[in-house]
Design a protein around this ligand. Structure first.
Ligand SMILES: O=C(COP(=O)(O)O)[C@@H](O)[C@H](O)[C@H](O)[C@H](O)COP(=O)(O)O
Ligand SMILES: [Mn+2]
Ligand SMILES: [Mn+2]
Length: 345
């Protein structure tokens, strides 16, 4: 599956990030999102691949582009066999979040990225537009920490696995009323909390890299982002577990329907009969080959944001592949008009 695809998807996330970053700090989250979607779609449709969006723009808002089920890539055309080779004709599933952290972009804050994950057909969990309780941690703690355990227990396990005191651990939690008790518990256990307003994909991936000073992600975020995070962590060998949250009272937002029962019924219709199941990274991104790509829109811990200069821009991306077993940090200079000056770094 990989070969040239790994290289081309860098451009997909780069184009989305560049488009979105033009709206950085303008207070227009919907436009920052929409231009990223359009740019991502346009670049994807130039690739010799036969893709299907399995995680895309929300089901609820019926966004016109990159919707779930949309076919992308040149090889989805009816006459594709005339110009696509056997490898390119293999069906692949794609999960996208063209602007992960729309608020971060709109308000000029750190941590937004254009992201996607690819696998062969059926290789990514088609997460419903629900919430997900998440636990991400470094590879050394994989299989030792457990989402069913309390935060206090997991911090103790993390401290043993990472050979550092609980006080030396930093846990990222989304700053939401639903996490009030979780935050208190982490602090009482002795660890430090980094609260983020948005962008839990970046936080999850940071757990897999030492030097980020992020040792765990705990709490509830969106389910589609959970699958994209799992794809990256699976390739990196980190720990990721996710459990769908369908009870509106738990998330304390009205965004997932009226009732717990109604949501369970909706899950059932989608073929998810056990709403409480805990999925690990290998189950959320179960394909033989998994690719992840992300490009910074605003600056973040993993990557810099898009920087414009006269006649061009510079981007930083991360492409992770289970096939080549690589995590590539790609620094790209985009040359449009005749730039007056290209900085080395
Ligand atoms: O920050 C996020 C928002 O993503 P996007 O809509 O693409 O800009 C994600 O990282 C979070 O995972 C998630 O969407 C968030 O937790 C949703 O929860 P809430 O804001 O409390 O409804
Ligand atoms: Mn998102
Ligand atoms: Mn988004």
């Amino acid at each position: 599956m990989e070969n040239t695809l790994g290289l081309e998807i860098i451009e997909v996330v780069e184009q989305a990030a560049i488009a979105s970053s033009k709206w950085m700090g303008k207070g227009e989250k919907n436009i920052a999102d929409q231009v990223a979607v359009e740019a991502m779609r346009e670049r994807m449709n130039k690739i010799h691949m036969r893709g299907r969006i399995v995680i895309g723009e929300g089901e609820r808002d019926e966004a016109p582009m990159l919707y779930i089920g949309e076919e992308v890539g040149i090889c989805t055309r009816p006459d594709a066999a005339n110009f696509c080779n056997v490898n390119e004709l293999v069906e692949i599933d794609i999960a996208v979040d063209p602007c992960e952290g729309t608020n971060l972009v709109a308000y000029g804050q750190n941590g937004s990225m254009a992201v996607l994950a690819i696998s062969e057909k059926g290789g990514l969990f088609a997460a419903p537009d629900f919430y997900m309780k998440k636990l991400a941690a470094p590879a050394a703690a994989r299989g030792h920490v457990d989402i069913n355990k309390s935060a206090t227990e997991n911090l103790k396990i993390l401290s043993e696995c990472l050979n550092r005191a609980v006080e030396e651990l930093v846990v990222v939690v989304m700053d939401r009323p639903r996490h009030k008790e979780l935050i208190q518990e982490i602090r009482t256990a002795g660890a430090r909390v980094r609260l983020i307003s948005d962008g839990d994909v970046s936080a999850a991936i940071c757990c897999a890299f030492s030097g980020t000073n992020i040792h765990a992600l705990m709490g509830i975020g969106a389910a589609p982002e959970g699958v994209i995070s799992a794809a990256a962590l699976r390739c990196l060998g980190g720990h990721f577990q996710g459990q769908l949250i369908y009870d509106p009272e738990v998330v304390q937002t009205g965004l997932i329907g009226e009732s717990r029962e109604g949501n369970l019924a909706r899950l059932n219709e989608m073929g998810i009969t056990d709403g409480d199941r805990v999925y690990n990274a290998n189950e959320l991104a179960s394909g033989e080959t998994v690719l992840f790509a992300g490009c910074g829109i605003t600056p973040g811990t993993l990557m810099d944001g898009v920087r414009f200069f006269h006649g061009g821009a510079r981007t930083q991306s991360l492409v992770i592949s289970s096939q080549s077993k690589t995590a590539r940090f790609v620094d790209t200079v985009h040359l449009w008009d005749e730039p007056k000056n290209i900085q080395l770094r």
